[in-house]
Design a protein. Structure first.
Lengths: 202, 247
């Protein structure tokens, strides 16, 4: 993977005085501009949060609020569960979405904490048709390899919302679909069992 | 290198077995993340690899990362990557990408001369970043399918094409013919240290993947295949993005 050693690291200063820098992109179609603005705002807020020095007990609930505000969590939860969604009752669906969201906030919040010293730059914004818009960002950290993080933004819910995160080409939905599937299998296909598992991990 | 490259080969013993795999089985669907004809054996290997990571590779890498200062670790990584560049240049020529071959040569000259044998990386700030390539990518460019997924003892995830390429990467490295054995061993040692550095810098990600997943075998396979394909495509293939609202 692309190296790594930023100038900053070479100078030996570990000072992670990071800023959110937006590349000047040419004027774009409206959905693309809205998606870009959403991701810029979300990544700035997320960086503020992880740098705020809050204890974990507050960090993950705050991170979950961010996910709920910027992402379409019910749609993500449903897409991740797949066919079993259809046979779930309304109460199960609500409980599943809530527990999935907390589970996701902790899992990805933990990963995101590694970006404390990072600088997130928007590199490219591409229209993906019905799938939405892919906003590709580069996460740069002193002395470490760059990480590419793509944010898939869709307006099918009526407003621009993040519906998937793609880290180094790895789709969160694809990964979580397999994970949720494994948890459901371990719970012998019981949605209530799955919800318990998710709660225990949140 | 892939995000999971910490799991790259450390076992030269696997080499002979790997060469035999050179004929890759074509997947029924090249975009599939689930096609896994060797799953049963892979899972056994995976269990041992996870145990090894938990007991040895993880702890040793964390100790290394916490003991050795970051600039030293970066210097070793830079040095290691710099001396992969002649190999990369050959591969870019075989891939029919003379532009990348020239760029790679330029990077090699700048970092070897100005960057003190490649310990520093003055080429990146002037716009010639490192780009990993391999015999695997060359075969990909030539149209060889990636083949089935294989998890190697100590080596971690790969595909039939990837592992065959890995074996060929050793003989395709021009340095092996030029450098005295002592110098080549230094490069191998730097590669080993760099592997620990990568394991250390990716520690939270790898721990989540290998030690906290509900099904770490599948999580690793899915992650590896997607990351490897995105790397070869130089980014995310928009056609693979799903419309999550479609039933």
């Amino acid at each position: 993977m692309p190296n790594k050693t930023t100038r900053r690291a070479l100078l030996g200063t570990g000072l992670g005085l990071a800023a959110l820098a937006l590349l000047p992109l040419p004027a774009r179609a409206q959905p693309e501009a809205r998606a870009q603005a959403l991701v810029a705002q979300l990544s700035a807020e997320a960086l503020d949060l992880i740098r705020s020095g809050r204890p974990e007990s507050q960090l993950y609930p705050e991170f979950e609020r961010l996910l709920a505000r910027y992402g379409d969590m019910p749609a993500v939860a449903q897409a991740t569960l797949g066919p079993p969604w259809r046979s779930a009752s309304d109460a199960q669906r609500r409980a599943y979405v809530a527990s999935f969201q907390s589970y996701l906030a902790r899992k990805y919040g933990q990963q995101f904490r590694e970006f404390r010293q990072a600088e997130i730059t928007i590199a490219r914004v591409r229209d993906a048709g019905r799938a939405g818009v892919l906003v590709e960002t580069v996460v740069r950290r002193p002395g470490q390899a760059d990480v590419s993080v793509g944010w898939q933004v869709s307006e099918q819910s009526g407003a621009p919302r993040v519906v998937n995160i793609i880290i180094e080409g790895i789709s969160m939905i694809a990964t979580e679909r397999a994970e949720i599937g494994a948890m459901l299998e371990a719970a012998r296909g019981s949605i209530d069992g799955l919800i318990q598992t998710l709660r225990a991990r949140a | 290198m892939p995000i999971l490259s910490s799991f790259r080969p450390v076992a030269l013993t696997a080499l002979a077995a790997v060469v035999a795999l050179a004929a890759c089985t074509p997947s029924p669907d090249p975009a599939s993340l689930d096609w896994d004809p060797f799953e049963a054996r892979n899972r056994q290997t995976h269990a041992r690899n996870v145990a090894f990571d938990r007991a040895a590779f993880g702890p040793v890498s964390r100790a290394y990362g916490r003991t050795v200062p970051a600039p030293v670790r970066s210097g070793i990584s830079n040095f290691r990557e710099n001396w992969l560049l002649p190999h990369h240049t050959v591969q870019y020529l075989l891939q029919g990408r003379p532009g990348l071959a020239v760029q790679t040569t330029g990077r090699f000259v700048i970092n070897t001369v100005v960057g003190i044998a490649g310990i520093l990386d003055p080429a990146t700030p002037i716009g010639i970043p490192y780009r990993y390539t391999s015999v695997d990518e060359t075969m990909h460019v030539w149209g060889v399918p990636e083949g089935a997924y294989i998890e190697m003892p100590l080596g971690g995830p790969g595909t039939e094409r990837d592992w065959s390429g890995w074996a060929l990467d050793f003989v395709a490295d021009p340095l092996i013919f030029v450098l005295p054995p002592a110098a080549f061993n230094t490069l191998l040692a730097a590669g080993g240290l760099d592997l620990m550095n990568e394991r250390y810098t990716l520690d939270p990600t790898i721990n989540a993947l290998l030690h906290e997943s509900a099904d770490s075998y599948t999580a690793l396979r899915i992650s590896y295949l997607q990351a490897a394909r995105a790397r070869l495509a130089d980014g995310v293939d928009l056609d693979l993005l799903e419309d999550i609202y479609a039933e």
